[in-house]
Design a protein around this ligand. Sequence first.
Ligand code: AMP
Ligand code: MG
Length: 406
Amino acid sequence: MTDLLAVEEAQRVLLDSASPLGTEVEALAACVGRVIGQDLRSAIDVPPFANSAMDGFALRANDTNVAAGTVTLRVIGGIRAGSVQLLHVGTGDAVRIMTGAPIPPGADTVVPFEDTTTDDDSVTVPSHVPTGACIRPAGLDVKAGALVLEAGARLSSAQIAVAASIGADRLSVFRRPRVAILATGDELAEVGQPLQPGQIYNSNAYGLHAAVTLLGAEPQVLKPAHDDRQAIRDTLQGLEGIDLVISSGGVSVGDHDYIRLVVEELGSIDFWRIRMRPGKPLMVGSLKRSDGTRLRMLGLPGNPTSTMVTFHVFARPLILRMMGAREVMPSSVRAVTENDLDNRGGRDTYFRVVLDLSSGQPRARLSGGQDSSMLLTLARATGLARVRAEIEHVQAGDVVDVFPVA
Ligand code: AMP
Ligand code: MG
């Protein structure tokens, strides 16, 4: 099988040919899952002012430096979060203070309620309270000028929150690639419709739509095409405003597999057939746009698990690169396999497994049958265990690389 291209070589060629789309400015709330286009620095300290970490009493630490076990101070007022206090804490004074409220001038420490006893207008606190206790100084979290988010980060909910904490209302983010999804096959029926003899439901369009959505790109599902050269040609010629085309099916050696023929007519094929299982017939090519530029196209095989696994291995890093992400390759965990894994045939094989991360050593067990037409075992899987082409057999108890999948 020397004519098959190695997975990593194919990934490299594909990624080398791709670059991030341009950036645009978006409202902060719309940026989750997007990739930030430039470094974000803070113009302010967070918190902006010293404030109390506890509900308690603000006072002068020096007042507690007495021989006795406790000291009683005069309570001159209270400060709540958000208040602009004018109270000055003098010698022998204490102020009731709530969490997040600004530390009043004169005070340099806070004693939590739990450590005090109160009586009318006085409070008794322990002696020798350290200076600065229970005070969050200005800039404890973020200092003015500090780097908060680095260009190329896919924004998590916590990163959106930290951007808000420095007052950013908009961010520069990379444009979301618009991904056209084309399922091909005479046998395809739309969900919600009764199946006619010989038909199956078009699951690939839904799986790909979901996968593209989860990545943060913008799917556009096209009307499925029959196994008809002209129909496929018409669809692929009529695309506008698309950054990437992903098709499923019709890319193998069947009598009615027209994807490769049409791509050769409308553009060119970079490579076809990869040393992997499932997913060998994958095609990578491009279509020529009317303005002369090239529109990247991935022709994924039609078997449902082949479609989803080749999406994970090739389309995912490609889309992330187009989205401007710094990290595009999936991370893996080293897990002990609970099954023997047979890998004769000289291909990188991706086994569907359930990952168990509940104990110190991750474990992986097959989620069921591994035929590439079987989708349920992929739906049950939480990871893909990769066994490289050179390794013919993995024994239960051996360690394998597992890529978690969502
Ligand atoms: P193909 O790659 O077109 O030869 O298809 C391989 C297998 O995948 C066949 O059994 C097809 O019926 C099935 N298949 C192709 N496209 C889809 C689809 N969109 N949804 C579900 N199964 C499909
Ligand atoms: Mg087909």
